[in-house]
Design a protein around this ligand. Structure first.
Ligand SMILES: [Zn+2]
Length: 390
């Protein structure tokens, strides 16, 4: 199958191009001016919108009534279909702080669901968020199950070879041992749900931490005499910063500050979305706790923010409003930087001939029209792909 995209701004690292041609799973050609004649290709009119690398969401718990911790293939499939409708081609299913057995079950289920999903986003692996965090910075993670890292527990988890990212509080020696084991295996080590000092955050970088989990949220803030984890995240080039760009977890001015401090190569948009995403507002659930969704805001009964109901395309619109940057400038925050962190930058995250045809077509108001993963159409607005499959 070949697709030829025309009448669209093709966002590439070298600037905008005018057309893009795919060939099977790869991008064949990108060019300026008139598109070539390719009679066998399916022509797609981009209606003066944007063609971007498909989004990668490294931190997402659930959507559409399903949650990673449900630990069923159907839950992951529901999530995958929902994400594709919001431009996401790849995601890390993210766990919550829970019992050993609940996490083990979740990891085993994810290990069985890795790989291609014909009508949705592809599961790349698991982001283990907790349980090795600081109870004083737990956010909406359940306090009862917060604990120190224990090799008797995590060696089994690592052996499943499904964890691609961990969120850990680095201020505990036991957790630092776990971080070392993860870094040695090429797992992205992210610091979060932490009360570490600035100095402890830099020590974490020394032993392999390379990311900050939902920067600003559930970590020590920036004080000019005690810069905290936020200060380390803002100034240490080795740390790439996750950001929940929903205007609720972080003020738009603080989002703009982060992008200025880190540059567009140093920030990764995530949704941290939960089961309630894409559902009617009201009561939902996260990590065994009741969540209340009102006016786009998900909280526990005590008002603590409990994940988000954000989607990646909305995050792009929010971040554009907050920073005033162009879609092309912001694009790495939604794909290339995550691809780099996950070791996929040789074939994913940018639009270039020879790279995987992971694409999202947006209209001029940045709403998703179509999503492709490795040349396969995984979402087409207004159409049920299940009807046309096969
Ligand atoms: Zn979190």
């Amino acid at each position: 199958m070949q697709y030829l995209f025309e009448n669209v701004r093709v966002v590439t690292p070298e600037g905008d191009a005018d057309w893009l041609l795919t060939d099977g799973a790869r991008i064949a050609q990108i060019g300026l001016g008139n598109a070539p004649e390719v009679p066998q290709a399916q022509h797609i009119d981009g209606s003066s919108g944007y063609l971007l690398p498909a989004f990668i969401d490294m931190h997402v718990h659930g959507s559409d009534g399903a949650d990673t911790m449900d630990a069923t293939p159907e839950a992951l499939r529901r999530m995958a279909r929902f994400f594709a409708a919001h431009g996401v081609a790849y995601f890390l299913a993210t766990t919550m702080t829970a019992s050993r057995e609940a996490i083990s079950r979740t990891l085993r289920n994810a290990a069985e669901c890795l790989g291609t999903q014909l009508d949705g986003a592809t599961l790349l692996g698991v982001h283990l968020e907790g349980p090795y965090i600081n109870v004083k910075a737990r956010g909406a993670q359940l306090a009862d199950h917060v604990r120190l890292a224990d090799p008797a527990e995590y060696e089994d988890w690592l052996a499943l070879n499904v964890i691609r990212q961990v969120t850990v509080a680095p201020e505990f020696a036991e957790n630092r041992m776990f971080m070392r084991s993860c870094a040695e295996r090429g797992i992205v080590v992210s610091i979060g749900h932490t009360q570490a000092t600035y100095e402890q955050a830099l020590e974490a970088v020394q032993i392999g931490a390379r990311q900050a989990t939902h920067t600003y949220n559930a970590m020590t803030g920036l004080h000019h005499r005690a810069p905290g984890v936020v200060g380390a995240a803002l100034t240490c080039d080795l740390l790439t910063c996750e950001l929940i760009a929903d205007n609720l977890h972080v003020h738009p001015a603080a989002m703009a500050l982060l992008v200025r401090a880190k540059g567009t190569s140093g920030v990764i948009a995530i949704t941290d979305a939960i089961r309630a995403t894409g559902m009617h507002e009201g009561e939902s659930e996260l990590g065994g706790q009741t969540v209340y969704v009102r006016n786009g805001k998900a909280t526990l009964a005590d008002g603590t923010l409990a994940g988000s109901v954000l989607t990646m395309d909305a995050a792009l619109r929010n971040l554009q409003a907050a920073t005033g940057l162009s879609v092309g400038a912001l694009s790495p925050i939604f794909s290339a930087n995550a691809a780099r962190q996950l070791g996929l930058a040789q074939r994913k995250g940018i639009l270039r001939a020879g790279y995987d045809a992971d694409l999202v077509l947006l209209d001029s108001t940045l709403h998703v029209q179509m999503t492709f993963a490795e040349g396969r159409l995984i979402y087409h607005k207004g159409r049920d792909l299940a009807d046309t499959a096969g």
